[in-house]
Design a protein around this ligand. Sequence first.
Ligand code: AMP
Length: 281
Amino acid sequence: MQEIQTAAELRAWSRSTRASGATVGLVPTMGALHEGHLSLVRAARQRGDRVATSIFVNPTQFGPNEDFARYPRTFAADCALLEAEGVEVVFAPAVEEIYQPGASTFVEVKGLSQRLDGASRPGHFRGVATVVAKLFAAAEPERAYFGQKDAAQVAVLRRMVADLLLPMELVVCPIVREADGLAMSSRNRYLSAEERAESLALSRAVRAGEAAFARGQRSAESIRSAARHELERSPAVRADYVALVDWATLLPVETAAAGHLLAVAAWVGTTRLIDNCILGN
Ligand code: AMP
């Protein structure tokens, strides 16, 4: 596996890969890798792509009081995992490579970027869209792989790819969970044993909403309150949002239908976690 630090080298690898008749699959990550990330790599390999994984803790997507400084950085272990999955390139640029001195261009997906996590984390999706656009420009992939775990991010990036006429496909992969249902996340390592137990409220909330829909409930408010009720049962959990939205626009719906996104975000102690499901899936 090649370790690459510059956009120019990544582009050169991508172009020579394409010249040899292969396709390039990009898996953007912030590292601290787990099975959720590896599922994206496997999806790319299954499609026959040669895979580049980026590991970059992107400062512009963190708010001033968020966890940028203490975000887990486990580069050596991450590389071992990626190598074992047959990844060809790990792209791990310095912050100055991605944000050159004087950098003043940002990608803002208006409207969408202010919804769900964007409402709770002002500037977050502007940072995400900007870094992902830069990664796409550097890697020129045929396909890029993202997890449904970050469903609002998927909506923002789909809109960005369409609006910027980017000649690539976004592939969205299912949420990978721990055996007890907790959606895998790099931030799960912040949880104490007690918080880890309480964090199951999120997956329970999503399942409760999903079950209400499966029983025939179509009132968005009833589905949301079934989910909210599960969050409220756990004293250590503080809901940030419980939303039922159109997945493409992230706007709330009143009547639930298959394909709508039920998304929750909650604080467990000082850790903010998210989970979701697509109704009728
Ligand atoms: P991150 O390193 O948290 O920025 O995540 C990098 C990519 O991995 C994003 O596309 C995430 O949606 C995806 N991802 C993170 N956790 C999971 C999970 N539990 N299941 C599937 N994909 C995930």
